[in-house]
Design a protein around this ligand. Structure first.
Ligand code: GLV
Length: 328
C-alpha cells in the first residue's frame, strides 16, 4: 500500500512537471479563446504558449497551428504533436519538425460538415447559375436561364479522405451523380469510386464540376496544370477547397480565358492572403473565398485534441496519425 501510493505520487509528480505547448500563428484573441477551451477540455494538463528558459526539457506534447519554423525544435522529450489544421502539408515542409515524433492531423466532424456545406453550395450555385445571377444583378440584367435537374450534372470529387467522403456523400444525397476519386481506392457507400492515373483522366473528362479535396503531397502538387485542364470537359468548373498549390494558377487563368474552364470557385491560393493585385480577385468567372471553406471550430476541436492527449498520457495510440511517407 505504502509502495503503491509512493509510485502514484512519483508518477503524478513526473506528469505534473510535463508541459503541453500551444504553438500557433493565432492572434492574441484567438489564442486566448483556444487556451480557455483547451484548458477546460483537459484540466490535468499544464498548457503554455511560451517555453521559458530551462523548460524545453519539460515539454512532451505540442498542439500546433502554423507554428513558426523551429518552434518544435530543441524539445528533447517531445512525444506527440497534434495539428489544429486538417492539412499538415505546411507542417511537414518544415525541416525543423522532429522526424520521429508521431503527428496527428485534426479530424473533426464539425469541420467535415462545414466542408460538405461549402461543396454543396458551390456545386448548387454552379448548377443553378447563381453565380451568373449575382453578376447579372450588378448589371441590372433580368434574365432567367434554363433550369436543369441535379441528376444532369456530373460531379467529380477528388480526395476520399474524411472531408472528401463527407462532401461527396452530401452531393450524392442531393441528387448529383458523383464519382469519387482517391489516390487509393476507398469504397464509399452510394458512390462510384476509383483510383489511379488512368481513372483520373476519364473522371476529369466526364465531370461538369470537379471538387478538389485532395491532400497536398509531392504527388498532388501542381495536379491542375495546362495538360489537366485540356483533358477536362470544355466549360467545366473547378472548385478548389484543398490547397492552392494543387493548381498552377497561371494555367488556370489561361484555361478560364480560353473558355476551357467555365468557372472556378477557389478557397485556397498559392499565396495567402490572396494579394490585392491578383487577377483572381477581379476575374468575372472566379469566385474567391478567404480560405474559409471549413474553419477549425475551437469548441469541438478542443475536445478532439483532449481525447488524443488523454490517449497519449494513457499510453494508447492517438487517432488520425499522419503517415509521413504518404504526406497526410
Ligand atoms: C484548413 O485548410 C485545414 O487544413 O484545416
Amino acid at each position: 500500500m505504502v509502495i503503491l501510493s509512493y509510485i502514484v505520487e512519483v508518477q503524478s509528480a513526473t506528469l505534473a512537471r510535463m508541459l503541453t505547448v500551444l504553438a500557433t500563428d493565432f492572434s492574441e484573441e484567438e489564442q486566448a479563446r483556444w487556451l480557455a477551451l483547451l484548458r477546460d477540455a483537459m484540466p490535468g494538463e499544464t498548457l503554455v504558449t511560451e517555453v521559458g528558459a530551462g523548460r524545453a526539457t519539460d515539454v512532451d506534447i505540442a498542439i500546433v497551428a502554423n507554428p513558426p519554423s523551429g518552434a518544435l525544435a530543441g524539445l528533447p522529450q517531445l512525444r506527440f504533436v497534434q495539428s489544429l489544421w486538417a492539412g499538415v502539408d505546411r507542417l511537414l515542409a518544415d525541416p525543423t519538425l522532429p522526424a520521429a515524433v508521431p503527428l496527428a492531423r485534426m479530424v473533426d466532424p464539425a469541420m467535415n460538415e462545414a466542408m460538405a456545406q461549402t461543396a454543396l453550395w458551390a456545386v448548387l450555385s454552379l448548377h443553378r447559375g447563381f453565380f451568373d445571377y449575382a453578376e447579372q444583378q450588378r448589371a441590372a440584367n433580368w434574365q432567367p436561364h434554363a433550369q436543369r435537374r441535379a441528376d444532369e450534372v456530373a460531379v467529380a470529387v477528388l480526395g476520399l479522405g474524411q472531408m472528401g467522403r463527407t462532401a461527396a456523400s452530401r452531393l450524392a444525397a442531393n441528387g448529383y451523380p458523383v464519382t469519387g476519386w482517391g489516390t487509393r481506392d476507398t469504397p464509399v457507400a452510394s458512390l462510384r469510386t476509383c483510383a489511379g492515373d488512368a481513372a483520373l483522366a476519364s473522371v476529369l473528362a466526364e465531370a461538369e464540376v470537379v471538387v478538389n479535396l485532395l491532400p497536398l503531397t509531392p504527388a498532388t502538387r501542381g495536379l491542375f496544370d495546362a495538360r489537366r485542364f485540356a483533358g477536362m470537359r470544355r466549360g467545366a468548373a473547378l472548385v478548389n477547397l484543398a490547397r492552392g498549390a494543387h493548381v498552377v494558377e497561371a494555367d488556370l487563368l489561361a484555361a478560364l480565358d480560353s473558355g476551357q474552364i467555365g468557372r472556378a470557385v477557389l478557397d485556397v491560393f498559392e499565396s495567402e492572403p490572396l494579394p490585392a493585385s491578383h487577377p483572381f480577385w477581379r476575374h468575372p468567372r472566379v469566385t474567391v473565398l478567404p480560405h474559409a471553406a471549413a474553419l477549425t471550430d475551437p469548441r469541438s476541436a478542443a475536445r478532439v485534441v483532449a481525447a488524443n492527449v488523454r490517449a497519449v498520457r494513457a499510453g494508447a495510440a492517438p487517432q488520425h496519425l499522419v503517415d509521413r511517407t504518404r504526406g497526410y
